[in-house]
Write a protein that binds this ligand. Sequence first.
Ligand SMILES: Cc1cc2nc3c(=O)[nH]c(=O)nc-3n(C[C@H](O)[C@H](O)[C@H](O)COP(=O)(O)OP(=O)(O)OC[C@H]3O[C@@H](n4cnc5c(N)ncnc54)[C@H](O)[C@@H]3O)c2cc1C
Ligand SMILES: *[C@@H]1O[C@H](CO)[C@@H](O)[C@H](O)[C@H]1NC(C)=O
Ligand SMILES: *[C@@H]1O[C@H](CO)[C@@H](O)[C@H](O)[C@H]1NC(C)=O
Length: 268
Amino acid sequence: MLTSTLLLAALSWAATRAQPDIETELGALLSDKAMVIAPSSPHFGESTERYLRSNSLEYAVVVVVDTEDDVSQAVQGGLATMHGGMNIWLWNLSRIEIALDGQHAYVGAALCQCVGVAGSSIGGGVGVFMGSYCLGPDQIVSARVVLANGTAVTASPEPHADLLWALKGAGHNFGIVTELQLRVFDNTGKTDWSSALLVFTQDKLEALFRQLNAQLPRQPSHLSFDVLIVRDPSADAENSIILVRLFSNVFSVTTLEDLKGPRISFGI
Ligand SMILES: Cc1cc2nc3c(=O)[nH]c(=O)nc-3n(C[C@H](O)[C@H](O)[C@H](O)COP(=O)(O)OP(=O)(O)OC[C@H]3O[C@@H](n4cnc5c(N)ncnc54)[C@H](O)[C@@H]3O)c2cc1C
Ligand SMILES: *[C@@H]1O[C@H](CO)[C@@H](O)[C@H](O)[C@H]1NC(C)=O
Ligand SMILES: *[C@@H]1O[C@H](CO)[C@@H](O)[C@H](O)[C@H]1NC(C)=O
């Protein structure tokens, strides 16, 4: 008992001692434009803010990286020795380069400053063009990934085909993606979007999915939908409700009635 108490005391002493070292030691390994933001910095709060407050995380330090090598250094120099979490902030990895063949682009992990292009592409990439072009992960041709030991590799059909396969859908767990090579498509020029939000009570769940599945073979590629099962006590205090969101940039979708008829019938 005494031994374990002493051990804990030693560990927490080491942790508090390690904290200032991370800032100076890691800072020295990073590129000029990278930044290490400590909890004492006035910028710490804004650099740990998340879209949903309920998803807030505690970090011991924030590292704003500027290059792929900064990511490697942060992983090697910080994660292994640090007490608490490190937020590796990728928002300045936002380069974009369209390949000469016009078929794909190299994009930095952050690209957009809200949802990162990497964060969404490797995890879901559900979007309104999925009927025509499939999901976000389907567009990934190759990826630069910093592995857990700090080594950066290119995951592509050859080499590291297994890593590429894993990234396409479960990518948040295999390393830090710094850049993606993505397929790109010509703009269709059809910019008028129509959308509808259909709300169903829980008792319609099975009938709704039977209908959605039945009409899939006939569904035009420009029409996409997603289904969210959510709690909304103002709509139903007891059960979840089902939201169906429909999108098309070819014909107008406004209510369920619009979808009945020769094109698509939901029949609910
Ligand atoms: C406003 C908003 C709108 C959204 N709309 C859509 C939508 O239309 N379609 C859709 O499919 N999803 C959508 N999402 C969900 C979104 O795709 C995921 O939450 C995505 O993971 C967010 O990416 P992020 O860069 O913000 O990552 P974070 O929220 O910072 O991180 C999410 C997870 O991904 C990991 N991660 C982030 N970046 C990388 C990286 N470069 N390499 C490895 N792991 C990484 C993090 O460690 C963490 O585990 C939306 C989310 C929000 C907040
Ligand atoms: C990172 O991006 C932010 C926002 O665009 C900018 O204010 C900051 O100067 C950038 N940092 C570097 C090192 O480029
Ligand atoms: C890092 O891990 C990868 C994958 O296991 C391995 O191929 C590589 O040699 C490792 N690098 C170092 C420096 O240990």
